[in-house]
Structure formats: structure tokens, C-alpha cells
Write a protein that binds this ligand. Structure first.
Ligand code: NAD
Length: 266
């Protein structure tokens, strides 16, 4: 099936780097007009806008902190002002503030939960309100709207030294499935992507040098992923090609979630 997202509008949060930038590029290449949300640095977001426009696509950049209700409301209002509709939300923003649990500060805990979980709630809620307001768009998409939450293999795999991050992603799993259960009858599709080790800024240290050898032991397929591996899945989940996929998490992890330590009898 040839995938086309023509006439659709996609908002990608945290899209000035890493997986968000990859998703924005791929959505634009598939024909969607793309809103590139960034948190604090406008320059890389504006560069990506220029790149997409130079390739014949449509894009704008909008700054907003996804953990702040008023900023999320403004982000969605500016999206509708610019493009008139919203068809696809990729709630991608996320961060880590790592620490052994006994040394983890409340600030480290709160920051990660606010961006990785509350941010997903605020963006999903704003998207759902917009989908309800605009209703069906016949000939554009079979679903009334699509939400893709960026989770992690750590919604499943516990992660010592990263309890705040694992708790936030575990929360994303039940947030996604609860929303999917609630809004499916409105023909709104809600799913998650759970990447494993993908080479981006968030795990720069873990995917290079001596750390890489250790990491590869955890990946049965034998390589670290790249942003394109995830972007391809984003486009598929956003398209009619996945129209019967709802309330599920797609693991893109080279098999990291297969408990590879048990390969040789545990
Ligand atoms: P990244 O650091 O390049 O991207 C994270 C993005 O989120 C950045 O653009 C950052 O500016 C943005 N962001 C942070 N706080 C924000 C806020 N308050 N408001 C708006 N945006 C904010 O790293 P990435 O690897 O591209 O991560 C993207 C997502 O993928 C995250 O949710 C991360 O947890 C998830 N993920 C990544 C991997 C991986 O291996 N790279 C694995 C599993 C999950």
C-alpha cells in the first residue's frame, strides 16, 4: 500500500532533535503539513522547517513547554490558526534525570513526570478536543484523528537508576490504553511506539565506544536503531495502512524486550 498523508496536519512535540525530528521529516515526506514543536531552542527547529520547505513540504515551528497547560493550549491554537486542522499528534517530548533512587531529588522526579507523563496527557487532551471539534474529514483519513505516544521499552523493562523515567513511561502505557478505550468509538486511534536503543542525543554516551559493546548484548538483532527506524513506524501508525491498529504499543527495539539474558538458559 502506498502511504500518503496529503491534506493532513501533524503536530510533533520535541521535534527539533532526535526521534521527533526524524518523525517530522518522514511525515512531511509523506505529504503532511507538519508543526515542529520545540521547548527552548528555536534555531534547530527553524532549520528543520527550512529543510522541509526546501524539499517541497509544509512546516512551521512553534515553541512551547509541553508540561505547561497554558503553553500547550497556545501550541494547539497556533497550529489550528496556521493550518486549520489537526489530524495527527505525535507526543514525543521526553527527558531523563537519572539518579540512584535514594539520591533522587523531588525535583528530578517531578521534572521527568511533568514532561514525560503530564505533557503527554496535556497534548493528548488538546488533540482530542480538536478532533471532536473538527469531526470527520472524509477523503482525508479513515480515522477522525490519530495520536501516537512516544513511550519506551522501559514501559515494560524496569530500569535501576532511572526509576522516574521508567515510572513515567509505565504511566504512558496505561494513559494510552485508557484513552484508546475511551475514544475508540469516536473513530479516534490511539497507539504508542516503544523504542529500544536508538542513536540520538538522549543516549549519546550509551551508544558509543566501550558502552556500545555492552549495549549490543541487550539487542538480539545486533544493532542500535536509528531515527529512521522509528520514523517509518510513525508514518505507518499515522496512516490508513494501520487503520485497524488501536490501543497497542509497537516495540521498535531490535528485540530488546525479549529478555535476551535468557537466550543461553538464563
Ligand atoms: P532527544 O533528547 O533528542 O529528544 C527529546 C526532545 O524532547 C527534545 O527535542 C527536547 O527539546 C524535547 N523536550 C524536552 N523537554 C520538553 C518540554 N518541556 N517541552 C517540549 N519539548 C521538550 O531524545 P530522543 O531520543 O529523540 O527522545 C524522543 C522521545 O523518545 C522521548 O520521549 C524519549 O523518552 C523516547 N525514547 C528514546 C529512546 C532512544 O533510544 N533514543 C528510547 C526510548 C524512548
Amino acid at each position: 500500500m502506498l502511504i500518503s498523508l496529503k491534506q493532513q496536519v501533524a503536530l510533533v512535540t520535541g521535534a527539533s532533535s532526535g526521534l521527533g525530528a526524524g518523525a517530522a521529516r518522514a511525515l512531511a515526506a509523506a505529504g503532511a503539513a507538519v508543526v515542529i514543536n520545540y521547548n527552548s531552542h528555536a534555531e534547530p527547529a527553524e532549520q528543520l522547517v527550512d529543510e522541509i520547505r526546501a524539499a517541497g513540504g509544509q512546516a512551521i515551528a512553534i515553541g512551547a513547554d509541553v508540561s505547561k497547560e497554558d503553553q500547550v493550549e497556545r501550541l494547539f491554537a497556533e497550529t489550528i490558526k496556521a493550518f486549520g486542522y489537526l489530524d495527527i499528534l505525535v507526543a514525543n517530548s521526553g527527558l531523563q534525570k537519572d539518579s540512584p533512587i535514594t539520591e533522587m531529588s523531588l525535583e528530578q522526579w517531578n521534572t521527568v513526570i511533568e514532561v514525560n507523563l503530564t505533557g503527554q496527557f496535556l497534548c493528548a487532551r488538546a488533540a482530542l478536543r480538536q478532533f471532536a471539534k473538527q469531526g470527520d474529514r472524509p477523503g482525508v483519513s479513515r480515522a477522525v484523528g490519530k495520536i501516537i505516544h512516544m513511550s519506551s521499552v522501559h514501559q515494560l523493562i524496569p530500569w535501576a537508576g532511572h526509576a522516574n523515567y521508567a515510572a513515567s513511561k509505565g504511566g504512558v502505557d496505561l494513559l494510552m490504553r485508557s484513552i484508546a478505550q475511551e475514544v475508540g468509538q469516536q473513530r479516534i486511534r490511539v497507539n504508542s511506539i516503544a523504542p529500544g536503543a536508538i542513536h540520538t542525543a538522549i543516549n549519546e554516551a550509551a551508544t558509543q565506544g566501550p558502552a556500545l559493546e555492552k549495549l549490543l548484548k541487550l539487542i538480539p538483532y545486533g544493532r542500535v536503531g536509528d531515527a529512521e527506524d522509528v520514523a517509518n513506524a510513525v508514518v505507518w501508525l499515522a496512516s490508513d495502512a494501520s487503520d485497524y491498529v488501536h490501543g497497542t504499543t509497537l516495540f521498535i527495539d531490535g528485540g530488546m524486550s525479549l529478555y535476551p539474558e535468557f537466550r543461553d538458559n538464563g
